[in-house]
Design a protein around this ligand. Structure first.
Ligand SMILES: [Zn+2]
Length: 135
């Protein structure tokens, strides 16, 4: 049986859902699917200019895993760029560190910081009436 993969830590949701080459309709194009963790590896390394080690620590994964995710992401983006494919950013196994939750039982607000998954239970009262809110 395959070992379950811990979710990768991602700071916040990507600003856009994807990209379409100019002058084309989405329905006419082949699609490259970039996972959210692949997007995050590009953001950390190529946009924030973090090292492999720093990026892997941010995402809570080993350096070899980060390298594998990052290499995949670059290949996908290059393919889209060179072959005129659209990119959709979706899927993956992630938690968003920046997202906040509200417990409708006790009214406390909390985020998923340092947890292994998005909270389903209030850390204060233990109730499961927890919903995501805009920070
Ligand atoms: Zn509560």
């Amino acid at each position: 049986m395959a070992r379950p993969i811990n979710p990768r830590r991602v700071f916040s949701r990507p600003k856009v859902k994807g990209f379409i080459p100019m002058g084309f309709y989405s329905s006419d194009l082949d699609t490259i699917y970039l996972t959210v963790e692949e997007y995050e590896s590009i953001r950390l390394k190529d946009y924030m200019f973090l090292s492999q080690l720093e990026s892997s620590e941010h995402m809570g994964i080993s350096r070899p895993t980060l390298t594998r995710i990052y290499d995949k992401a670059r290949k996908k983006i290059a393919e889209a760029l060179c072959e005129g494919k659209q990119i959709l950013i979706q899927g993956g196994n992630v938690i968003y560190l920046e997202e906040w939750y509200l417990c409708s039982s006790c009214g406390s607000k909390f985020n998923s910081m340092n947890n292994k998954e998005n909270p389903t239970k209030c850390p204060l009262c233990g109730d499961t009436k927890v919903e995501q809110i805009d920070s």
